[in-house]
Write a protein that binds this ligand. Structure first.
Ligand code: ATP
Ligand code: MG
Length: 422
């Protein structure tokens, strides 16, 4: 029989990799907490309309990337492709604007998009999300970008750059949309089929197109940055001033528009040259009208999402992360009484906080030692029936290849002093 494989584009994260994942996740939690963020977790499945309304009909995500299905009652449900809409839904649903003082949230978890799988692009992937509601000060925009950069720096990713843009407010967009549309329609024949639709539905989206002929046309297109209103411009200038005060380096990229419709004013992306075609590690921006559009209070919002898989790929490349010193103790049990007593001893050591594994099977000393070695155990405790009757065990330091006899009574302090040293 053919063994069953995982769904295409959905990956297992194997134990060898988990250390990197946990390192990144724990660092994120620690830093976000320092900046006053609270964790939120929302369901992986939501009603489809949350995303069609929230993300925008004319976006790649809603047009072609969502995992949408009907449940047994015929309701349309979708595996979340991003987290912002879900977090806003939860905020509104639990009336957090009146019931709590929480404004800053983070969420770490899986997202789903039906895309062509390739390096750095999968169908189930994981994001670290940050969202702040109710504050529209440029100071916050700068701090949110600083936070994303700080996190990446603290986990050791230095070769990333921050690109920023202002997408203006809905008012600036009305006039710009026409200007851009007029420009693009001159080249209508050369635009790809997708952009031919976008020109009418949402011309700003054309900036996101990866087709070479469209990129060429867009390289000379008018930029929204040159058309934003005074108030948006002032906001953008202040954001830049605060970034400078925080010593955050940035590049202004007038062509960066982001893949979701809801962004206004500040938009940003963090990119790297080390990931090939998938050059964005993360991105975000301001989405001031979104909460109201989703039926909630008219509160501004800003946030970002970082892609975990891309971060892990970069961490693996930079190979800066040292595995934790192995602290494992492996019990080698020889003989029936030793197996029974050793089993109890292993539980006792675990209750003392040691990391302990043992051979459950009755195997030769050589084979058990080989396992201890393969697992990278730091210490082995060798317990035989003869030793037990004298109230002792053998202790072996696997790193130093030295071995000696220890009284069972002395085992805990002895192990503690050796493992604390290393
Ligand atoms: P891209 O242009 O690479 O498709 P995006 O604009 O669709 O990215 P966002 O919606 O901004 O991505 O999501 C934020 C981050 O999540 C991305 O920068 C990326 O690191 C990660 N990400 C997005 N889609 C995927 C995917 N299919 N597989 C792995 N990571 C992804
Ligand atoms: Mg995408």
């Amino acid at each position: 029989m053919q063994p069953i494989q995982s769904v295409k584009g959905m990956n297992d994260i194997l134990p060898e990799e988990i250390a990197l994942w946990r390192f990144a996740e724990e660092k994120a939690r620690e830093i976000f907490q320092r900046f006053g963020y609270s964790e939120i977790r929302t369901p992986i499945v939501e009603k489809t309309e949350l995303f069609t309304r929230g993300i925008g009909e004319a976006t790649d995500i809603v047009e072609k990337e969502m995992y949408t299905f009907q449940d047994k009652k015929g309701r349309s449900l979708t595996l979340r492709p991003e987290a912002t809409a879900s977090i806003i839904r939860a905020y509104i649903q639990h009336q957090m604007h009146v019931k709590s003082h929480q404004k800053k949230f983070y969420l770490i978890g899986p997202m789903f998009r039906h895309e062509r799988p390739q390096k750095g692009r999968y169908r189930q992937f994981h994001q670290i999300n940050v969202e702040v509601f109710g504050i529209d000060e440029p100071m916050l925009d700068a701090e949110v970008m600083f936070l994303a950069c700080l996190f990446l720096r603290e986990i050791g990713l230095k070769e990333v750059s921050l690109e920023i843009n202002s997408l203006g407010c809905p008012n600036c967009r009305i006039s710009f949309r026409e200007i851009l549309q007029e420009y693009l329609l001159q080249y209508q024949e050369s635009l790809c089929p997708d952009c031919n639709r976008r020109v009418y539905k949402n011309p700003l989206r054309c900036f996101d197109c990866k087709a070479p002929q469209c990129k060429e046309i867009l390289s000379n297109a008018p930029l929204i940055l040159d058309f934003i209103c005074d108030s948006c411009n002032r906001h953008f200038q202040e954001v830049q001033n605060f970034l400078r005060e925080l010593n955050v380096e940035f590049i202004i990229n007038g062509r960066m528009v982001r893949g979701l419709d809801y962004y206004v004013k500040t938009a940003f992306e963090i990119v790297t040259e080390h990931l090939g075609a998938q050059n964005a590690v993360g991105g975000g921006g301001r989405y001031d009208g979104l909460m109201k559009d989703l039926g909630g209070p008219d509160l501004p919002g800003i946030g970002f999402a970082l892609g975990m898989e891309r971060i892990i790929l970069l961490l693996k490349d930079s190979a800066k992360l040292q595995q934790d010193n192995n602290q494992m103790i492996y019990c080698v049990l020889l003989g029936d009484r030793a197996r029974a007593e050793g089993f109890k001893l292993a539980q006792k050591l675990r209750s003392e906080g040691f990391i302990v594994d043992l051979s459950y099977e009755d195997r030769s000393a050589k084979s058990q030692m080989r396992t201890a070695n393969k697992m990278g155990a730091r210490m082995a405790i060798i317990i035989g029936d003869d030793e037990l009757s004298q109230g002792v065990v053998q202790l072996r330091d696997m790193h130093r290849s030295s071995q000696w006899v220890v009284e069972i009574e002395e085992l805990v302090p002895e192990l503690r002093s050796i493992l604390n040293e290393s």
